[in-house]
Design a protein around this ligand. Structure first.
Ligand SMILES: Cc1ncc(COP(=O)(O)O)c(C=O)c1O
Length: 370
């Protein structure tokens, strides 16, 4: 009988955020941490301009895109590898550095793809209990064994939005054996304010066992094109270039990514939008009596403490108003929903709906504009 390799059938298939609601024409999509402002018009133009060249293979080395990334982030181009989303790089790194009998470590409530990638290669996923929804460095270090091959850390973490301070990130890395790969997933780096942040670039520059992952899916609004990149030392970079597909990043993604980087104005606008609405939404959710987890990303994990007003009931109520949040059952947080920061009217609509949900007798406060 045909049988996949051990571990594969233990994988619960990843289910992305819903994008449609039956019977609703206009839906407010707050389930996938996409940018409400969309992509830069320059990126859209660059994407369109590729149309006459669709019969050509893309540049397998993504030279122009890597040069644009290197210039924008002040990094070495020869240490950058592009991937079809950072998801692809998570898979490739796991495949290259872990296998049956090995352990892949991450914090409880970390991005689901880490566990899926580990199981795919037959490695053992080790989820370390979180502290206040975030990574607990001491607990993680305590779980490192001679079998540990990879430690993943999303900073900020999705879906909790928690941020690990720079000193804690460095402490975690410092105590890891040199033969353990430390993967810092900085998918939401652009949203983080304040100086106390380590995106992983300096660690990856200075240490052969550290790699930073980034994506164009979030603040750059290019999720549909599947574009991410890694920054690592020469050895890990070499490994990635051996195991990736020769043309793993499509030409339209390369062109749009480079154009997006050139549009600083759009990036600043997206960041300013988040800076305005993230605290607003957190404040309103707390006013309603819900428990938002402090977030450094473009989304908020919110806990529903009243057993008579559950997260599932809230999701259904929101769906009835055409609003799509993300349910957290797959992350083991069935008492929570994750809500992405949307456009102004979308944020107001979700707060009004949750206020009505939490106070069904009509004593809900009116949600004012900010
Ligand atoms: C922490 C984290 N890492 C990686 C990804 C994957 O991003 P990409 O679209 O680049 O594959 C996501 C997407 O939600 C994420 O939240």
């Amino acid at each position: 009988m045909l049988k996949p390799r051990p571990g594969i059938m233990d994988i619960a298939p990843y289910k992305g955020g819903d994008a449609k609601l039956p019977g609703q024409t206009r839906v407010i999509r707050l389930a996938s941490n996409e940018s409400p402002l969309g992509a830069s018009p320059r990126a859209v133009e660059a994407y369109r301009a590729i149309a006459p060249e669709l019969h050509r293979y893309p540049d397998g080395a993504a030279e122009d895109l890597r040069a644009a990334i290197a210039a924008a982030h002040d990094l070495r181009k020869d240490r950058i590898v592009c991937g079809a989303g950072s998801d692809e790089l998570i898979s490739l790194l796991t495949r290259a550095f872990a296998g049956p009998g090995d352990e892949v470590l991450y914090s409880q409530y970390a991005f689901l793809m880490y566990g899926i990638a580990a199981k795919t290669v037959g490695a053992t996923p080790v989820a370390v209990p979180a502290k206040d929804y975030g990574a607990d460095v001491d607990a993680m270090l305590a779980k490192v064994t001679p079998r540990t091959r990879i430690v993943f850390l999303a900073n900020p973490n999705n879906p909790t939005g928690t941020l690990l301070p720079a000193a804690e990130v460095r402490r975690l890395h410092k105590r890891l054996p040199a033969d353990v790969l430390f993967i810092l997933d900085a998918a939401y780096a652009e949203y983080v304010g304040g100086a106390d942040y380590e995106d992983g670039a300096a660690l990856a520059r200075d240490h052969g066992n550290a790699v930073m992952l980034r994506t164009f899916s979030k603040i750059y609004g290019l999720a549909a094109l599947r574009l991410g990149w890694s920054y690592a030392g020469p050895a890990v970079t070499d490994v990635l270039n051996r195991v990736r597909g020769p043309f793993n990043v499509p030409a339209p993604a390369q062109a749009a990514g480079a154009a997006a980087l050139a549009d600083r104005g759009h990036l600043d606008k997206a960041r300013a939008h988040n800076d305005l609405w993230l605290p607003w939404l957190a404040g309103k959710l707390a006013e309603i009596g819900l428990q938002p987890v402090p977030s450094a990303g473009n989304f908020i994990l919110v806990r529903f403490p009243d057993p008579a007003l559950t997260a599932d009931m809230a999701a259904e109520f929101l769906n009835g108003r055409g609003i799509l949040p993300r349910k957290m059952g797959p992350y083991g947080m069935a008492d929570c929903l994750r809500i992405t920061i949307g456009l102004a009217d979308e944020n107001q609509a979700v707060v009004q709906a949750l206020a009505d949900f939490a106070a069904p007798r009509g004593d809900a406060h009116r949600v004012g504009a900010r």
